[in-house]
Write a protein that binds this ligand. Structure first.
Ligand SMILES: [Zn+2]
Length: 238
């Protein structure tokens, strides 16, 4: 009986280690997904900002093109006006005047377009600048979040290493037969070989135990296996 109590005492320690390992590994498994989500958010905001900047650059390019066209128009009008002075025939004079009028009309339209474009550029510039401050704040926040996730990942790996390091000492204290059973269960089930029973529920497979079994497990004086998953059952308060 004394030996069995000691055996169960060791098994309780093992159950706590297994449960902690399982928790750490489950959290660790979510790390890549969490990091990927942060990276995606970061990439999205960078992309949106790049699009704003590209749009602005496109508008400025369009403005420059319009300005050049207006300069060309002005040159053309100057040229036509010079030509006017040399024209002798009335109909040629009238035809050139018409051409001048057409270029002036085109100039008016382009000037109007340029004014509208300059308004749009001003708005787009202020949007881009406002967003730029927001984006850099958000970028810093997300970088910090990624570093925190890296830290957490490192801490979890350290915890796992520490817990794994504690196991051999406890395993050595187990009866060889029980130890064999523990090793077999762990190899088969992957994470938890000794499970706590909480409110009549096996914490390894989460199935409900018969009340009688749960009551017997609570005594911690013999080895009982879960009928559903086969894990060794113990009881401790969490
Ligand atoms: Zn179970």
């Amino acid at each position: 009986m004394q030996d069995m109590r000691h055996e169960l005492h060791v098994l309780i320690s093992m159950a706590k280690i297994d449960a902690a390992l399982s928790r750490c590994k489950a959290e660790l498994a979510t790390a890549p997904q969490k990091k990927a989500a942060v990276e995606k958010t970061l990439a999205d905001i960078e992309k949106t900002q790049k699009e704003r900047e590209e749009k602005l650059a496109g508008m400025k390019k369009e403005r420059r093109t319009l300005e050049i066209k207006l300069e060309d128009n002005a040159e053309l009008i100057k040229k036509f006006k010079r030509q006017l002075m040399d024209i002798k025939k009335n109909e040629e004079y009238t035809a050139l005047l018409k051409e001048i009028a057409a270029v002036e009309k085109n100039t008016d339209a382009r000037e109007e377009k340029l004014l509208m474009l300059m308004d749009d550029i001003e708005q787009q510039e202020s949007r881009t600048a406002g967003a730029s401050a927001q984006v850099s704040g958000e970028r810093e926040r997300l970088k910090k979040e990624k570093l925190d996730l890296d830290d957490r990942e490192r801490a979890l790996n350290e915890e796992i290493e520490k817990l794994n390091g504690q196991k051999p000492g406890f395993l050595a204290e187990l009866d060889p037969q029980v130890r064999k059973r523990y090793d077999r269960l762990l190899a088969k089930l992957g994470d938890i070989a000794v499970a706590n029973v909480e409110s009549e529920i096996c914490q390894g497979c989460f199935s409900r135990l018969p009340p009688q079994t749960a009551a017997e497990v609570k005594l911690n004086d013999r080895i009982i296996n879960c009928v559903s998953c086969g894990r060794i059952l113990v009881h401790y308060e969490t």
